[in-house]
Design a protein around this ligand. Structure first.
Ligand SMILES: C[S@@+](CC[C@H](N)C(=O)[O-])C[C@H]1O[C@@H](n2cnc3c(N)ncnc32)[C@H](O)[C@@H]1O
Length: 164
């Protein structure tokens, strides 16, 4: 099932633009956007759960091993990141957004420790961190920092924002 946040704000993504799904995992958002007619580039270090599709470019890459960003110079009409955080990627994610492109980002934040994993600070957004990422670069349409109960109890932070 796609994240309700991604579903809710997917309407911001212009029809037909290419979408980048970062740390795509099993491809739930890759499928969500291909079903809506987008071409999707799905990156993960483990692409075994991603299904081949004519409109999906699967990129196998370790995004944390210090290698250069695997899609240099490429830009997308939307960048989607869910349940994944590696702060050194933030500049590459901003560069991967075309002008007018939409960032849809949702992941765990501090306070999630009480519900289980992830619980290490490196995997938990700090209060307001996605707003800080957007400041001066993106126009924020929606932002939340809250507890959720589905699919499990968690503290999440999420943003939908458009590049100037
Ligand atoms: C919790 S899953 C989230 C998957 C997907 N975004 C979703 O929400 O369904 C985290 C994903 O990050 C990927 N990942 C973790 N470390 C990575 C790395 N160093 N480079 C690339 N992908 C990585 C994992 O393989 C996994 O698919």
């Amino acid at each position: 099932m796609p994240s309700p946040w991604i579903v809710q704000w997917s309407g911001l993504v212009p029809a037909g633009v290419p979408v980048l799904d970062v740390a795509a995992g099993g491809g739930r958002h890759t499928r969500f956007f291909t079903d809506r007619g987008h071409t999707v580039t799905a990156i993960d270090r483990d692409v075994s759960a991603l299904t081949a599709h004519p409109n999906v470019e699967i990129v196998q890459a370790d995004l944390e091993d210090g290698s250069p960003w695997p899609l240099p110079g490429r830009t997308f009409g939307a960048v989607v990141v869910t349940n994944y955080l590696h702060r050194p990627l933030f500049p590459a994610l901003m560069d991967a957004l075309a002008p007018g492109g939409v960032l849809l980002y949702e992941t765990f934040m501090e306070g999630n420790e009480r519900f289980g994993r992830p619980s290490q600070p490196e995997f938990l957004l700090k209060d307001g961190e996605l707003l800080e990422l957007a400041r001066g670069r993106l126009s924020v349409t929606a932002y939340e920092a809250r507890m959720i109960s589905e699919p499990k109890m968690a503290m999440v932070q999420r943003i939908a924002a458009r590049k100037f």
